[in-house]
Design a protein around this ligand. Sequence first.
Ligand code: MOS
Length: 708
Amino acid sequence: MTTATTGTRAVKASVGTAHTRVEGRDKVTGTARYAGEIPFAELAHGWLVLSTAARGRIRSIETAPVLAMPGVLTVLHNENAPPLDTDYMGMLGKPDPTAAVFQHDRVPHVGWPVALVVAETSEQAREAAEVLAVHYEQEPHDIAFSADRPDAYTLDGFSPAVTEKGDLEAELGASATVVDAEYTTPEEHHNPMEPHAATALWDGGRLEVVDSNQGTTWVAGEIANMFSLDPGSVRVRSEHVGGGFGSKGLRAHQVAAVMAATVLQRPVRVVMTRRQMFSLAGYRSPTTQRVRLGADADGRLRALDHSSLSATSTVHEFIESSAGPARTMYDADAHHTANRVVRLDVPTPTFMRAPGEAPGSFALESAFDELAEKVGIDPIELRVRNEPERGPVSGLPFSSRNLIACFREGARRFGWADRDPRPGVRRDGRWLLGTGTAAASFGAGAGPSTAAVTAEADGTFTVRVNAADIGTGARTALTLVAADALETTPDQVRVRIGDSDLGPAMLAGGSMGTRSWAWAVTLAADELRERLALNTGVPPEGITVRSDTTAAIGALSQKERHSFGAQFAEVAVDPATGEVRVRRMLGMFAAGRIVNPLTARNQFVGGMTWGISMALHEEAVRDRATGGHYGADLAGYHVAAHADVPYIEADWVDDVDPEDPVGIKGIGEIGIVGAAAAVANAVWHATGVRHRNLPIRPDRVLTAGGHA
Ligand code: MOS
């Protein structure tokens, strides 16, 4: 452990040591308040009414009987709502107009917000909302997602839709071995524990929104744009967040709350129910993916083709870029990737933990396992033979790529060397046993942020950075980073986050949050430490240094920057019931410097658990007749629970990012990447049957047969 000195005091480095969450006591004792439970005087409650029609128009809304109900204050809908602006570029581009509620009579999908009933109490609002009669002019709807949609089209996301290198058909034709397979993943939902909730109020000419979101700079900017307000007049706070996973950006509930608070001139709270979250919170689109791999007899790839189709709504384009991981992972003489989308009468999907990488890695890493089987080479050795020197598509060097180190260390700990490659030959009573592996990668980026660090007169420090701790432990990580930069101990540092008044900062997304904020905190703290070294004393108001990382991040060289990982799973399959149990999992990651091993391990294990969930449980099923879901709740939509997760181990290899001031890369999303493929590959090893459609449900295992 390294030590630094401040004055005469030797201080141990905090980054890299395990710390429980600084707000942990507040959370477990209930002192920490979440957005839906912070008290406000004169609070009114809004309840959203969602469309039951899958496509058409609102013909009429019978508001009169509802307005006469106890406590009801108003009903907002398309005929009385104030106009909103959706023609702007926000932090992540054009907004999804789904959040701009009640602007027209068109209904583009089931679950479209059609009205907000506001009442004195939440119960009164709910009761009135449930009896509000909305009449629709229904039109035929189309929610049929399939690989052969003639209306599918290519769409750029945060990366180009299509990449092409070499003559694919020629290289496939010249390959000794070819894998050509189609994989599907279903519609999946975020389901954070804390539902989306917002309270809006006008206070002395300023709009204040107390919310649960992944970035208050982002959400405040969207609200200011949508309501045509001066950005300085909007304050969004989000102190504690019970999970987001990509779903907590600007959504209908905040906009409806702001609208109602403006109309009524009193505080209004809107909370989503779990069931409403299945329509209003975004979700991961289903995908259908074709992967073609062509290899020489020694396993070297001659051809790689990954083509993915996902769905979006008719009101906004969002693409699940599942063909993306192939652009990082493997090179080939001919290398083609394409992301396509089809517009359906469904809600707009959105970012969901490892968007693109999670479903894309299921297809690509399953196909790689199929190739290993066909060419008769161990799956890890096959990856070693196909390790690229540079970005397969970009041609850029990797900032660091420690994938093989993850495989070697993971294989050692998991006991891979003793593995018999033959499928369907291991038994434990009624269970067939198998093991599988898969690779993982996720982009390691950073976004511009500002921070302010204050040396207080009492010798402590206050850090102000508009970070979002969505359960990741970001607040604690930043405390450790600041303590090291200030050459002090974490107990001398208080970190203020989750308030747009703290100044602009990156959102908690793309696994970039902690790295982006830590960068800004480090810049400010370094300069403050230099000033304090001059020993001029600290005045009563303290000394504050501010930072802005825009220039530093803009000056980064062109490189391929990613975290990497190796996933291992052991499963047991009961061929009589079709049940699949994951017995153990190991994830080894190369994901930059690990700031707090305790919360980092939580992140990895959480992602891997979600991978098990993706492999075996999660699936939102839509009814073609109504366009809506069956079982839009946690009874109908299965997520992995404790009993599904007996033993998960996550660890990491040394992988300090040389270009980051703290060495961080980002760990938020990589835990899920490759996890579902590792489980599916283990199910093949157990049974001899490939499962290319997720989730691997008991009925699928039973109908697929295999070694019994
Ligand atoms: Mo994440 S899906 O960038 O919150």
